[in-house]
Design a protein around this ligand. Structure first.
Ligand SMILES: *Cc1c(COP(=O)(O)O)cnc(C)c1O
Length: 381
């Protein structure tokens, strides 16, 4: 099994997002190996297509970007006490702070490195996850001012994350937005002068223009998958990942034969089955048993029987002329192909998890990656 990554699609999606938020800069969110698509190639394509910021969750991801030579403004937002704050400051990476202890560790690292650390203060406006909530925001702002005065840190950003951006019209969206701008006002009254205010993930970028502010932070939409599958609009996005495999074995089985562990599938007639050499170790959800959609031998079908660690079986039907080596598609974006969203629907999850969980055994083939900005018409690589 392999994953084809269409960089022309990623570049196209970045442009779609820029057009949706014409007053804002775009921070391409490339955490989790660019949602399984490949951190460095995707980051390069996104920047070439006009993303002027990059965002990742973990320090290690940020280090990989800088150490590969990417100089784009870059934010990393998750840390624990004792993390390598000095490494972040040294590489000119922006940090997020949700609590005074984070600011103290950042300031200590900045003093040690003889630099001013760039910080984005995070406010919890109602997500109930990261960020400073309620009066803790005022404390965070009070805590940062002396560190700014000293030159150890500079507040370059203020930010938040939505709980229900994927539910257009949800009342919490406007409530969180209001609370956010109150929090910005509190920080500005205290003397902070942030360059960027940012609130919007993909869903908010696509459906809540009032949340665009200075910077939008799309992830999933850049990969061509909709964050709002219940909305009947693909926003012109193009799926960037196509996952395919070649059949390792094709054989005929009689009616009434159970297939794979536990015989969760039993043939109802004499039929041809194919063996796909990929399983849950590669990221195929085990609960795709009997439901994971496939395009095989020219028709839509599904996994037959249990998903195993390294293999799954497909029932190709009694008249199939398929042979070993034939290519089957698990998901992609071309007409007739199942989508990552179809896999998500079949396995009770979201498309994010389907692409992100693809394992390290699955090679990523980067197509149309060079000069991605002008590569729309180029053929494969
Ligand atoms: C992952 C993430 C994003 C991107 O979210 P999408 O829904 O994929 O657009 C934006 N901001 C933060 C804080 C995130 O963790």
């Amino acid at each position: 099994m392999w994953a084809e990554i269409d960089h022309a699609a990623i570049a196209h999606n970045v442009r779609v997002l820029r057009e949706r938020a014409p007053q804002s800069d775009v921070m391409a969110v490339v955490k989790a190996d660019a949602y399984g698509h490949g951190l460095l190639p995707v980051a390069r394509t996104a920047v070439a297509a006009g993303a002027s910021w990059l965002g990742v969750a973990q320090f290690g991801e940020a280090f990989a970007l800088r150490d590969a030579g990417l100089t784009t403004p870059l934010l990393t937002w998750l840390s624990v006490p004792g993390a390598d704050f000095a490494g972040v400051v040294r590489r000119d990476i922006d940090l997020s702070a949700s609590a005074p202890w984070v600011l103290d560790e950042i300031a200590a690292a900045a003093r040690a490195e003889g630099r001013t650390a760039r910080v984005h203060l995070k406010v919890d406006t109602g997500l109930g996850r990261g960020g400073a909530f309620g009066a803790a925001w005022d404390d965070l702002v009070r805590h940062v001012r002396p560190l700014e005065a000293e030159g150890a840190v500079r507040v370059v950003g203020i930010w938040q994350h939505f709980a229900h951006a994927d539910a257009p019209e949800h009342p919490t969206v406007l409530a969180q937005q209001e609370r956010f701008f109150e929090a910005v006002a509190i920080a500005e009254r205290a003397g902070c002068r942030p360059e960027v205010r940012h609130l919007a993930n993909s869903a908010a970028t696509l459906v809540h223009p009032s949340a665009h502010a200075d910077l939008v932070r799309p992830g999933i939409a850049m990969y061509g998958l909709t964050p709002v599958p219940q909305v009947d609009d693909d926003f012109g996005l193009r799926p960037a990942m196509t996952v395919r495999a070649r059949l390792a074995l094709v054989k005929r089985l009689p009616a009434g034969q159970g297939i794979s562990y536990g015989h969760a599938y039993v043939t109802d007639a004499d039929t041809v089955v194919g063996l796909i050499p990929a399983g849950y170790a590669d990221g195929i959800p085990r609960n795709a048993t009997n439901v994971g959609p496939l395009l095989a031998d020219g028709r839509r079908t599904a996994i037959a029987g249990r998903v195993c660690m390294d293999q799954v079986v497909v029932d190709l039907g009694p008249t199939s002329t398929a042979g070993a080596g034939d290519v089957v598609t698990l998901f992609g974006g071309a007409p007739g192909e199942p989508t990552a969203q179809d896999w998500a629907d079949a396995t009770d999850t979201i498309s994010y998890e389907i692409v992100t969980r693809l394992g390290p055994r699955v090679p990523r083939l980067h197509l149309r990656a060079e000069g991605a900005d002008g590569a729309e018409g180029a053929e494969g690589a």
